[in-house]
Design a protein. Structure first.
Length: 201
């Protein structure tokens, strides 16, 4: 039985519904199925899209809601670059990927390898890992990943830096405020976390 195209693999799996919708929305599906080229696709699962939406502030956990959240909160040009960052020219199996320190992508940015982890360019969100490899397509190879590779530092999810913290001394303890709440340490050890909203009158 001949191998399927990339979109055939995506459409044939219940784990790639959001990826399939995204490829079609940006008209990348036909490009990936072009038999004149060969590609390596790092395919994020639906759960990876849900996780990204949550990382960016979504409080839901359903696929449709996560898709709508990403469309509403991430610029379309950025979303297209994110999709292109999941694709590299040349069909690379897992051994070939492991032999490379960096992988060029269609987004023009590189992915660093520390298998099973793929290191992207977003410093504040956990990097994806390979969860399945070497799925053969007619002209390409697909590897499944558990998070979405990100080619840039997305706004809205930065961890607080030291410049963002307000540090005061109260009765021998250190109170650190980051805008989300306060934590108290004594002797460098955390004592408790305060949710100020719970104490608002």
């Amino acid at each position: 039985m001949p191998a399927e195209t990339i979109t055939g693999i995506v459409e044939g799996s219940a784990d790639f519904e959001l990826l399939g919708q995204a490829l079609a929305a940006f008209e990348l599906d036909d490009d990936l199925d072009d038999l004149s080229g060969d590609f390596t696709v790092f395919a994020p699962t639906d759960a990876a899209f849900v996780q990204l939406a949550q990382d960016l502030g979504d409080v839901g956990d359903d696929e449709t809601g996560s898709r709508d959240y990403l469309l509403a909160n991430v610029d379309a040009a950025v979303l297209e670059q994110v999709l292109l960052y999941q694709v590299s020219t040349g069909a690379k199996d897992a051994i070939a990927v492991s032999d490379l320190e960096e992988i060029d992508t269609l987004a023009g940015e590189v992915i660093s390898t520390d298998l099973p982890v793929l290191v992207d360019l977003e410093p504040d969100i956990a990097d994806p890992s390979l969860v399945a490899t070497d799925i053969a397509a007619t002209n390409s190879i697909v590897h499944v990943i558990d998070r979405i590779l990100l080619p840039l530092d997305l706004p809205g999810n930065d961890a607080p830096s030291i410049d963002d913290l307000t540090i005061t001394r109260e009765r021998g303890a250190t109170v650190i405020e980051d805008g989300l709440g306060s934590s108290i340490t004594r002797g460098g050890r955390p004592m408790l976390q305060l949710d100020e909203d719970k104490f608002a009158s």
